[in-house]
Ligand binder design. Sequence first.
Ligand code: PLP
Length: 390
Amino acid sequence: MRTRDPDVLTYESLGLRAAVNANGKMTALGGSRLSATTIAAMGAAGRDHVVMDDLMTAVGRELAAAAGTEDACPTTGAASGVALAVAALVAGTDPARVERLPDPGGRPCEVVLPKGHAVNFGAPVAQMIALGGGTPVEAGAANKVRAAHLEGAIGARTAALLYVQSHHAVQKGMVSLAETVAVGRAHGVPVIVDAAAEEDLRKWPATGADLVIYSGGKAIGGPTSGFVCGPAPLIAAVRAQYAGIGRPMKVGKETLLGLAQAVREYGAGAAASDGDGARARMERLAARLGTLPGLSARVVRDEAGREIFRTELAVDPARAGRDAAGLAAELAAGTPPVFLRDHYATTGRLAVDPRALSAEEEDHLARRLAELLGARTSGDDDTTNGRNSE
Ligand SMILES: *Cc1c(COP(=O)(O)O)cnc(C)c1O
């Protein structure tokens, strides 16, 4: 049990319960669990004043070092990163143009993207383009986009190409990022990559893309934040947007220092990342859950190719007494609420994502599933009711 200062608000003191997150780095569940040192950095930032432009620049240098780019600009998240990157390519650093956005004022403003990349990550990526003064132009079909489709959509009004590197995007039948970068080069059009949840910060800038966007609260495990990285002149144009459409997306000093701290720790930890250990952990969980009535379990790798292994649960409604969506809803309605990954619930599949799940939470999840499905697993005699279990 963690000790708490009685004067400090907690989720519990607002009548809420901390959630057991087996869903991944979900924005809807608050992104990431922060390290004690990241929390300390955010607290330290809160204690003093600082020249914010200098802090933005200094943190940008840290982020650029992590991504292997010339410069970087912090943002409130990857979503604002898309809006600000588009704005930078439409308006540049000219104050009159910056202040006129989202009206592009006759400047080239079309942003060409593969139709299968026009996703909704919680909000539509096309809307973030529009917020930055861009007009989204979707090339090809939802399940088939070739380089020639991108080329055909490029014209005198094109400001950028956008590539969404994400499990949200259609994976099959899509033009590759290498082909997209080649099209951009051939036509003199800059390429923006939304790599919000990607794990390797150096990989995507190294493709030759001009601006790459990451979320700070996903793979990096930092506070709710993000950044855009790339060559210095383009990043200067991204930063210039904080005197325009970026103003309602202002990043606070606490977030800036927390993001820098998290990125440093992420760089140190990434070298020691253990894909085999993560897979073995999920194999053990699959063996435990696969014996429950109505469930079959196997380990699957992330559909976007990241080094993430999950235990996938196929729910047989006849034997489980409810379908996958129903089971997920019952887990979420418990105390504490437990959230499984439910992207494929309509196909009868749920998944346990281990990234934000402690060993105790994993055990709670397994016991809760056994309770709901009316099975008994070894060592659960003391847990007759999920509401009492911790
Ligand atoms: C999560 C996500 C975003 C938004 O990221 P935030 O940091 O929450 O703003 C944008 N694009 C993609 C592909 C995402 O997965």
